[in-house]
Ligand binder design. Sequence first.
Ligand SMILES: Nc1nc2c(ncn2[C@@H]2O[C@H](COP(=O)(O)OP(=O)(O)OP(=O)(O)O)[C@@H](O)[C@H]2O)c(=O)[nH]1
Ligand SMILES: [Mg+2]
Length: 477
Amino acid sequence: MVEYGEGLFTPTVRLGITGLSRAGKTVFITALVHGLVRSGRFPVFEALDEERIVRARLAPQPDDAVPRFDYENHVAALVNERVWPESTRQISELRLIVEFQSRSGAMRELVIDMVDYPGEWLLDLPLLARSFEAWSAESLKLSRAEPRSRLAAPWHAHLATLDGSAAAEETAAIAAARLFTDYLVACRNERYAMSLLPPGRFLMPGDLAGSPALTFAPLDLPAEGDAPDGSLWAMMRRRYEAYKDVAVRPFFRDHFARLDRQIVLIDALAALNAGPEAVRDLEDTFKSLLDCFEVGRRTFLSALLRPRADRILFAATKADHLHHANHDRLEAILRRMVDRAIARADLAGAEVDVIALAAVRATREAEVRRDGHTLHCIVGVPAAGEPAGGKTFDKKAFDGKTEVAIFPGELPDDPDALFAPGATPFRGLTAASAEDSDFRFVRFRPPPLQTTGDGAPALPHIRLDRALQFLIGDRLK
Ligand SMILES: Nc1nc2c(ncn2[C@@H]2O[C@H](COP(=O)(O)OP(=O)(O)OP(=O)(O)O)[C@@H](O)[C@H]2O)c(=O)[nH]1
Ligand SMILES: [Mg+2]
């Protein structure tokens, strides 16, 4: 006789790895799978620490129509070539099966499904609740504030020549979409590091490149009235709605709404690096995103997209760019950034935590004495071609081979110091001042595998195990 529930049903966790572009999603998935498959060093991950994980293996994914996450190539890049994976252009999926022994001694399996996607697409979630008119007004307002307005000048100049009520003209729509896209691309540049840049497929079109659903742009519209038949306004509005139907709704319905657990990766350091406008922009982006997560209340979005996740972890990524003495401060800054979101998620009974981590730790730490002071430095190999600049190095660019010690600056003790109106920019990590500062945000090469104790060589990390324990530890008891 088969006992009901035994062997008939394998528990599955759909793990959402959420984040804006360049936040570190692909690296996180690769490092997590690599660590599990090879029993990496995860002391805080109980099931592994207690030696109850028999093995973890990759398995065919559930959806035949979605490409497979290219795990093997990403690992080869990271470990053999020691380069970071490229920006993700398409959605992909990976299934991992963990065979483990429960605390009661029974053999069990846990299936973990993960989805990787271009981070830009996340920016589209708030569009679902916006009309074309509301989105136009909002985009224009944003684009008129600094530092965006400078970057928006060519698009604004073209916009001023457009009359929404005049007859629709394809060439005008094409030009507007192109100039608007150029503006979004310029805002994303790491010098400005703006985050709030929908529509996401303008930056990363996937298979929709060149289609009419991507050929629209905001218009400067009257507050009242409606679009005349056959007008540019009517055409732009129709395409905006088509974009939501074709690109946005299916993505969130098929992949986002079904998650059990979420890790939200946030590159707070890139924003800190670019200055207070970028920090506020990042905060606004998460406010606008998490407005759509109204798990407690029922909105019209909720039937379609209500994330069911019962655990949400907000993670500041790339913590290896700071000395560990600053990790708690980074965590505090992130907590401050997402506090509104945390309050909402708590309401819905989800368990929430905040963490600073590095899925792959590219640096180690060292104390350097200079002018009678001890500086907490990080040591790593800057990627080839990274500009060296500044006073410290006497060459123009790094060669990708030489190890250097860098003082990464100190984050402020009080996170509010970074958010208050008129707050002084955070100088420690300001890329713009590369010429007169000792530090600029250097991109390090991925590290070599590390061998410690009797384990297999593993990728070093910071708190990846703590993240794993929070996300799936309870399912492996
Ligand atoms: N030092 C360090 N750098 C990291 C880490 N994770 C990501 N990075 C850096 O951040 C870049 C982006 O990481 P990805 O994992 O490709 O980011 P993503 O979220 O998948 O980005 P998209 O695919 O563009 O949405 C990498 O190329 C690395 O330079 C980390 O743990 N440590
Ligand atoms: Mg990616």
